[in-house]
Design a protein around this ligand. Sequence first.
Ligand SMILES: Nc1nc2c(ncn2[C@@H]2O[C@H](COP(=O)(O)OP(=O)(O)O)[C@@H](O)[C@H]2O)c(=O)[nH]1
Ligand SMILES: [Mg+2]
Length: 226
Amino acid sequence: MKIAVNRNLLSANQERAAGNRRLFLRHGLRVVNVMSSPGAGKTTLLSKTAAYIAGRVPVAVLVGDISTETDAEKIRNAAPGVQAEQIVTEKYGSACRLDARMISEALPRLDLARARLLFIENVGNLVCPAGLYLGEDRRVVLLSVPEGDDKVIKYPVIFRDADCLLITKVDLAPACDFDAAKVRKEARAIKPSMEVLSISARTGEGLERWFHWLEERVTGTEKGGE
Ligand SMILES: Nc1nc2c(ncn2[C@@H]2O[C@H](COP(=O)(O)OP(=O)(O)O)[C@@H](O)[C@H]2O)c(=O)[nH]1
Ligand SMILES: [Mg+2]
């Protein structure tokens, strides 16, 4: 019985996600679903990314959290002119992840004609967001150095579908035993084509490579983009 209910929920989500996808295609919008555990650095990175990339590509951001509107506000403050809207999931029964319906209900709050790239910051969680497609083009997962280097093998499902793994807060590496080479190897064993980049939003280390990946693999403004 439980399995049947879950299947129905998943197929309802797939339908909604397909509707989102059609809308994104109609607007020529590329969409990136950004996932991690709470505190890995999603909002900080998206603030910096939006501020950098908005001059080249019009950006919008949807941010999911169980409670509060603070992250969307942080992004608007860090990147003036960028559209950033919050999805508060306690209105949907405190869901621990975003789903396609939440995205479709939030999209009318954005002026899609003014955007070419949409980031979706998912709710902080390494388990629940994994199975739910939102209609995105790319999936990016952040793993921060203080979380430990065993998370890829402990939570493989979310990494399996990721196009890019960002090892974040590398400025904290001297204080933590974190074996980035091991994480890279484990991630590539799960998904050979995965890009793995080490970055620090604090020092700026690795951010250029991240921006380059976005331009090459997502917005297609670099040679080699799709
Ligand atoms: N040392 C360090 N701290 C960071 C970095 N990026 C984010 N933080 C801090 O980590 C905390 C959580 O960041 P936040 O972006 O809110 O994470 P989120 O919950 O994934 O959105 C905040 O206190 C940030 O200032 C980084 O590159 N280095
Ligand atoms: Mg956040």
